[in-house]
Design a protein around this ligand. Structure first.
Ligand SMILES: [Mg+2]
Length: 309
């Protein structure tokens, strides 16, 4: 059975050069993959679509070949995204990770700097990265370090430090105008996830809640279920079900290993400037400087994007 597919190439700089385009096209066409009706469409000076029809076997082969090309390239100048044409614009739900995705920072590091405990938090991060601690254990250890911090001023001060990722505001505006439901599911903390939700006009915010004592100081614990990788996937499915959205029409966007599960339960996932392991396993990778480039992945041209934002 044949089907329509599209490969989108997005430059990391301001344009795709003709040399780059020539090299991409020659590698695509040299694959001898039963590609039919091969056409190109320019989305902007930085992004181009290649549309074609092929069978499932060739599509799998092409997809893994393109992934290897991307992963083997130590200094890639563009991203290559492979997907079915039929589903690329049918997105009804976007769930975003927060830290290093919607915002540039890792909130736990902001809190550590605020409380002057960076060394201790870095040590736990290191152990977690070495596989000595899972997410829940490392969260519990980090949260314990926060015990005694006055929560009344903490969040207000941190809200001032939060930097939204370039392109995320217009992206959310465009998705809103396309009637897409949007949420943030964060392994961080709810006051800041709520703040980001408000800033971006999202529909949902989920994150961990820190316990406080009677004098409003953090008591070193969390309240309620931990938002980890499994919970993020569960929340995506819950939100989809609430809106009668087929999870196949959902997109998960994130940078960490904790985001892979929600990408796998959604129909599509975008690894945003992600860790290598995440790039390897995610359906699509975007390593540019603006999250607005997600709209190229959905097939919108520069003019259409201007109209949407
Ligand atoms: Mg993250």
């Amino acid at each position: 059975m044949t089907e329509s597919y599209v490969i989108t190439v997005i430059s990391h700089t301001s344009e795709l050069t003709s040399a780059q385009i020539k090299s991409i096209e020659s590698s695509l066409l040299s694959e001898k993959l039963n590609i039919k009706e091969f056409t190109t469409k320019s989305l902007s000076s930085r992004a181009i679509d290649y549309h074609f029809i092929t069978n499932q076997e060739s599509s799998h082969h092409l997809q893994s070949t393109l992934k290897q090309i991307q992963l083997n390239n130590t200094s890639p100048e563009y991203d290559i995204i492979f997907q079915k044409q039929s589903t690329r614009q049918a997105k009804k739900l976007f769930i975003f990770d927060m830290d290093s995705t919607l915002i540039y920072q890792e909130v736990i590091e902001l809190i550590a700097a605020y409380a002057d405990i960076e060394d201790k938090v870095a040590e736990i991060t290191e152990r977690a990265m070495n596989g000595e601690l899972d997410f829940n254990q490392s969260l519990a250890e980090r949260v314990l370090l926060l015990k005694g911090i006055d929560s009344t001023t903490l969040w207000d001060e941190l809200k001032l430090k939060i930097e939204l990722t370039n392109g995320v505001k217009p992206l959310c505006k465009a998705l809103k105008s396309l009637n897409v439901v949007m949420g943030v599911c964060s392994g961080g903390f709810i006051p800041l996830a709520e703040h980001v939700k408000q800033e971006l006009g999202l529909d949902y915010a989920f994150a961990n809640t820190l316990g406080i004592d009677e004098s409003k100081k953090l008591n070193g614990t969390t309240i309620g279920p931990i938002v980890n990788g499994d919970k993020k996937a569960e929340l995506l499915l819950e939100i989809a079900s609430k809106h009668n959205i087929n999870p196949k029409d959902a997109v998960a966007v994130g940078d960490g290993a904790n985001d892979l599960k929600m990408m796998s339960v959604a129909g599509f996932g975008i690894a945003w400037n992600a860790k290598p392991k995440v790039q390897q396993l995610a359906p699509a990778c975007l390593n540019t400087k603006s999250l607005l480039d997600v709209l190229y992945i959905m097939g919108y041209t520069e003019q259409e994007i201007t109209n949407l934002i």
